[in-house]
Design a protein around this ligand. Structure first.
Ligand SMILES: *Cc1c(COP(=O)(O)O)cnc(C)c1O
Length: 301
């Protein structure tokens, strides 16, 4: 795999009837085009961990995720490129047939260990692995890259962007690390809004606050009503909305995160959530590889 990061992702100005009707402006920051595998926000969340691992002489990164995790495959590819070993602790039994995500991770040299859901919840390191590894050689990266380094990396998402003209910034939320980074980097007049991809996870607010300095802890909000049934769940409505969005804008989305964010954005716009004249920046956090777990032909892109 070649490892070239596109450090100047495009900003697409949206031109859809809804925006004209509501007298809004909106644009999409295309982090999905940063890299084909280490897509979207994952590269930003990982880069400080990679740098820290290298500067402290670690030879491996150990992290956690599910069988379809964008974070797992991104970590595998980024470590491979950085010359670090990667170890993934995967939730659940080893499947007979690997998901595309897991085969890609393995192909990028990630060593995979499958653990029970209980062991996963406790973030236990399997005994056979612990015997061969000492903390001096590996660096632990939280599930989804959650942590201060992840937040500071995500704050770089806005580097080189003329941020001033936007009134609102919107992103999708899994662990909240990206939302924290964007809140950290946002200007005082901007509203930062996270669309949760999870159902009823009301510990997210405190998880985001934990990563932020005191003066930024109230500078964001999370909306919890746009999960379409829960994490990684989808409905025919969601898939329709993703296809319509692609037809109207030419922008592909994923069904776990960004499809839900774009749908939420349209609902909010239609119901007058944004004041007239608002200029909204939607952060496309990538994740398109995850669509490979949908039945073929579901999406038009
Ligand atoms: C991982 C992921 C997210 C969630 O990011 P967090 O920083 O964990 O909140 C959002 N969108 C996409 C496409 C992702 O892959």
């Amino acid at each position: 795999m070649s490892f070239t990061i596109n450090s100047r992702p495009a900003i697409n100005i949206l031109n859809i009837p809804l925006l004209k009707q509501q007298q809004l402006q909106a644009s999409v920051l295309r982090l999905d085009e940063v890299h084909p595998v280490v897509s979207g926000n994952k590269w930003y969340k990982l880069k400080q961990y990679l740098a820290l691992a290298q500067s402290t002489g670690k030879s491996a990164i150990l992290t956690f995720g599910g069988a379809y995790s964008n974070h797992i495959v991104a970590t595998a590819a980024a470590c491979h490129a950085a010359g670090l070993r990667s170890i993934g602790i995967i939730r659940g039994e080893e499947p007979k047939v690997y998901s595309p995500t897991l085969s890609d991770a393995a192909q990028h040299g990630m060593q995979l260990f499958f653990v029970t859901r209980e062991a996963y919840r406790e973030k236990q390191i399997p005994a056979q692995l612990e015997r061969t590894l000492t903390p001096e050689i590996y660096m632990l990266v939280g599930e989804g890259g959650y942590g201060k380094e992840g937040m500071l990396g995500a704050a770089d998402i806005f580097t080189g962007i003329m941020l001033k003209s936007y009134s609102h910034i919107i992103c999708s939320v899994g662990t909240g690390t990206t939302l924290a980074g964007l809140t950290y980097a946002a200007l005082p007049h901007q509203q930062v809004i996270g669309i949760s991809a999870l159902k009823n996870n009301h510990s997210l607010e405190s998880a985001v606050q934990f990563l932020l300095p005191t003066d930024k802890q109230e500078a964001f909000q999370i909306l919890h009503e746009h999960h379409f049934g829960g994490y990684a769940k989808y409905t025919p409505d969601l898939l329709d909305s993703m296809n319509t969005w692609y037809r109207q804008t030419g922008i592909p989305s994923d069904f776990v995160y960004t499809g839900k964010m774009f749908s939420a954005f349209q609902h909010l716009s239609a119901e007058g959530y944004f004041p007239v004249g608002s200029n909204i920046l939607l952060v496309h956090s990538g994740g398109l590889q995850g669509n490979r777990s949908l039945p073929a032909g579901t999406l038009i892109f």
